[in-house]
Design a protein around this ligand. Structure first.
Ligand code: MN
Ligand code: MN
Length: 282
């Protein structure tokens, strides 16, 4: 069962929670392989307090210093439009409480409805986007809501003041043109030589596509793109960043390609360290 290192508390006793886990088991907008719908269950399964404690590396005790609940999964049994509407609504409900959503995907298409909910509460908002791919396609195979497109939609709708992409390494000329047009800062994998020290003036939302990590560290993703971030590098970026984190999604974990569970463990670790930075910003 899921308890996030012992940090998850029962919702019935904690209606005034500070942080909420929400699963979106959905992969119908995946262009290549299905399987990401199993992501939320895989993260919950690996997060057990039998294996992990509630302390982050920076010394935050998530059991004591916040109130974290698990709201379960969005109903994804309907068509994609319905799933997106329900996702937007569920995230909006968490934000109305003044709490921080931690959303478990699912493929990356879910970030667009999540950000639609955020834009109504947090404006201006910055986004820190970890990914091997910029996800800036106008459409993919005619689908404008594909998991390859969420950041094109987010930028066109003006849902973000600034977007910083970290770890990108599969970029087309059209992506570059789109990034330039919208002022997206791409920190390309080929240019990362040392630790990154990022600073955000506005509240920052983190969208973490697990394929940002090198497939040697995180094989459980649909698109293996070698030459990516070490798990340690990604954690370092989160631990070092200056700014107020107001939300997180962790997407594209595909348990069918993760027999050892190491990718789910990396996802859990990233969630945990991010949660610690939400509790204690700098
Ligand atoms: Mn992505
Ligand atoms: Mn990706």
């Amino acid at each position: 069962m899921s308890d996030f290192g012992g940090a998850v508390k029962p919702l019935s006793e904690n209606p005034e929670y500070r942080m909420a886990i929400l699963g979106v088991p959905f992969d119908e907008k995946s262009s290549y392989l299905r399987g990401a719908a199993g992501g939320p269950a895989a993260v919950r399964a690996v997060s057990t307090g039998k294996c992990y404690c509630g302390y982050t590396e920076l010394g935050v005790n998530l059991e004591e210093e916040t109130v974290l609940v698990d709201l379960g999964d969005v109903d994804t049994s309907g068509d994609p439009d319905k799933t997106f509407a329900l996702t937007e609504k569920a995230v909006a409900r968490i934000l109305e409480k003044g709490a921080v959503p931690i959303v478990l995907g699912g493929d990356h298409s879910i970030t667009y409805p999540i950000l639609r909910a955020f834009a109504r509460v947090h404006k201006p908002l910055d986004i820190l986007h970890f990914d091997a791919h910029p996800d800036l396609y106008d459409d993919l195979y005619g689908d404008r809501l594909s998991h390859a497109c969420p950041f094109a939609r987010i930028l066109e709708d003006g849902l973000a003041a600034g977007v910083v992409q970290v770890g990108v390494r599969a970029i087309t000329a059209a992506h570059r043109a789109k990034a330039l047009k919208h002022g997206v800062r791409m920190i390309e994998m080929k240019d990362i030589v040392g630790p990154l020290h990022l600073r955000f003036a506005n509240p920052v939302y983190i969208s973490f596509d697990m394929d940002a990590l090198d497939p040697a560290f995180a094989p459980g993703v649909s698109h293996h793109e070698p030459g990516g971030l070490a798990t340690r590098q990604a954690i370092q970026v989160i631990q070092e960043l200056k700014g107020k984190i107001v939300g997180l999604d962790i997407v594209e974990l595909n348990p069918t390609r993760d027999p050892s569970g190491i990718t789910a463990a990396a996802a859990f670790k990233i969630i945990k360290e991010t949660a610690g930075r939400i509790v204690r910003p700098s």
